[in-house]
Design a binder for this molecule. Structure first.
Ligand code: F1P
Length: 570
């Protein structure tokens, strides 16, 4: 069976783990260009059929929200839910500033706690998904529901789409993801009677009757295999923003294609700075490798974007939540989130720059890196950082500069990226500022994704282009982990699964009870363990015991090096 494109390995990045920092950026650029130029026979987001659908859907949304009781709900899990939140927040703010009703709502699996921490298990529940949608829409007469699941796989979203299909008089369902429908996930969903594929096929039928939309451009595999926070997250943002903009603003004075080409222009501007971005990765990698932490500070959308980047590092790279953290000025008061202030839930939810200044700054060391994102936070915080021993970096964007500058000023690495999107001046004054904000935020996403990915590569958390320390925290990630173990061994799928289970249950001999337990039990058992997948890879590849696999990893955490040493000594 063909693997979903979102889970395939991208040939462009197969040596990203041994590339220099500047080369890492160039590889990420090449992979991101597939968003705009397509992959194999696909045309990416510039596909004419996709653009037509976006145009029709924007009209539909606009009709729905103009009527009383109409609304738009965007929902997803992990990064997809976080991008749903950001989009709803941005466009509600815009509507509010124009004196209009705020009609965007978001849902994220695991609720607002999942905006900052990974709660992947919640993604596996279609029933809770449907209940949440029901709750959010109970007062509404007519809803455009947009379910985002990059891999066309999340049961939480499947439950919501299924609910929409059962109430066509109320809901217009939209699915956003990055696989063709036939590659949607076809695995049983616990305690449910359909697979994601079946739901997607029902949606296809509804789409033919003009009662649903599927936006699923093929944009090629991720640079780090399966890491949908990267290209897929970026494309989700672009699609949601283009849709929302055209739905609420009829007089933009741009076409959808032109707006998309502006995203491409800023992508080129950012990645042209591969040398400077490489220096940023070097700084960040040095911090992680010396046991230091990376702190992003930013205002508004910049701070939030950076927090989203940080929140995906634990599940993707087995990082601790301290390794990379994001802070936003004002914390929860700036968020406009569903569940309000969560800061009393513990330090993971202390997200304001003020929390950073109070709790972290006094103990900062020369191993730590503080990255100021945007001019506002630089004005606010650079002076207080100046005399501190930490490494410092500053990233900002300028529209009126012709070239990017990077200086190792007194402050540290200061990188001012010149953005240029030829059509900006044509946009109607009413939304020009908003479009520039969106383009800056997506640019920032490219910068922080490069930084965190590059730093973890330098820390040895990527082997070839696989995230070899992925957290086994939901069904999709369990199956991905089995695939990773199989990729590095010559074992069958079943044998690879057994190696993963041995690592999860910390045993050389599995019991019948363990092998026959449901996936959810494996996920629960794995949740408190470190280095589950690297240990499983070693026992699969070297046929060694759990104990010796753990010893090897404690002496040399970079797996490719362990394997090379073993190959040489064989
Ligand atoms: C949702 C998601 C990803 C995350 C991880 C687990 O994926 O939470 O955002 O990076 O892979 O799954 P999807 O439903 O958008 O495919």
């Amino acid at each position: 069976m063909e693997q979903p494109i979102t889970e395939q390995s991208n040939p462009l990045s197969s040596n990203i783990d041994v590339a220099s920092s500047e080369e890492i950026v160039q590889i990420l650029y090449a992979c991101d260009l597939e968003i705009f130029h397509g992959w194999k026979n696909s045309q990416g987001i510039k596909d004419k059929g996709l653009i037509d659908k976006i145009e029709n859907l924007a009209k539909k949304i606009s009709n729905v929200i103009e009527k009383p009781g109409g609304g738009i709900v965007i929902s997803g899990c992990g990064t997809s839910g976080r991008i749903a939140f950001l989009t709803a927040r941005t466009f509600n703010c815009y509507l509010k500033s124009k004196g209009k009703e705020e009609c965007f709502q978001y849902i994220i699996a695991g609720d607002d706690k999942a905006l900052f921490t990974s709660i992947e298990l919640a993604e596996d529940d279609p029933v809770v998904g449907a209940e949440k949608l029901n709750q959010v829409c109970k007062e509404k007469a007519s809803v455009v529901y947009i379910g985002v699941t990059c891999g066309l796989s999340a049961p939480f979203v499947a439950g919501q789409l299924d609910l929409c299909l059962s109430q066509p008089e109320k809901y217009t369902p939209v699915l956003i993801g990055f696989n063709p429908v036939e590659l949607a996930r076809n695995l049983d969903i616990e305690k449910w009677d359909k697979t994601f594929l079946q739901v997607a096929q029902n949606l296809e039928i509804a789409e033919k009757q003009q009662k649903a939309f599927i936006l699923n451009p093929v944009i090629g595999p991720e640079p780090i295999t399966g890491s949908s926070r990267m290209k897929s997250g970026t494309t989700t943002r672009i699609l949601l923003e283009v849709l929302s903009l055209f739905a609420i603003q009829k007089d933009i004075k741009l076409s959808i294609e032109e707006l998309m080409s502006m995203y491409e222009s800023v992508c080129n501007c950012v990645y042209k700075q591969s040398h400077h971005l490489g220096s940023l990765i070097d700084l960040a990698g040095a911090s992680l490798n010396s046991g230091g932490n990376i702190y992003y500070l930013g205002c508004e959308g910049f701070g939030l974007m950076a927090m989203i980047d940080a929140s995906e590092c634990p599940p993707t790279y087995g990082a601790s939540f301290h390794d990379i953290r994001g802070f936003v000025t004002g914390g929860f008061s700036a968020l406009n989130n569903n569940d309000g202030d969560l800061s009393n839930l513990g330090s993971q939810y202390q997200i304001s720059v003020e929390d950073f200044e109070r709790e972290i700054l006094p103990a900062i060391t020369s191993d730590d890196l503080v990255v100021l994102l945007g001019e506002d936070i630089f004005q606010r915080s650079s002076k207080s950082l100046l005399d501190l021993p930490c490494k410092k970096a500053y990233v900002t964007f300028q529209w009126d500069q012709t070239s990017t500058s990077s200086t190792c000023v007194e402050f540290g690495l200061a990188l001012s990226i010149a953005l240029n999107a030829p059509l900006v001046d044509r946009i109607s004054p009413d939304c020009k500022f908003l479009v520039m904000q969106l383009l800056e935020e997506v640019s920032l996403k490219w910068v922080v994704n490069s930084l965190s990915t590059g730093a973890h590569i330098l820390k040895g958390k990527v082997c070839q282009n696989m995230m070899i320390d992925v957290k086994v925290s939901n069904s999709k990630l369990f199956h991905r982990a089995v695939g990773i173990v199989q990729n590095y061994s010559s074992l069958s799928h079943e044998e690879s699964c057994h190696c993963l289970l041995k690592s999860i249950y910390d045993t050389d001999i599995l019991t019948e009870e363990q092998t026959s337990a449901p996936v959810v039990s494996h996920i629960n058992a794995a949740s408190q363990k470190l280095m589950v997948v690297p240990v499983a890879i070693l026992i699969a590849k070297l046929s060694c015991s759990i104990k010796s696999a753990k010893e090897m990893i404690s002496c040399q955490p970079v797996l490719r090096k362990v394997l090379i040493q073993k190959d040489c000594s064989a």
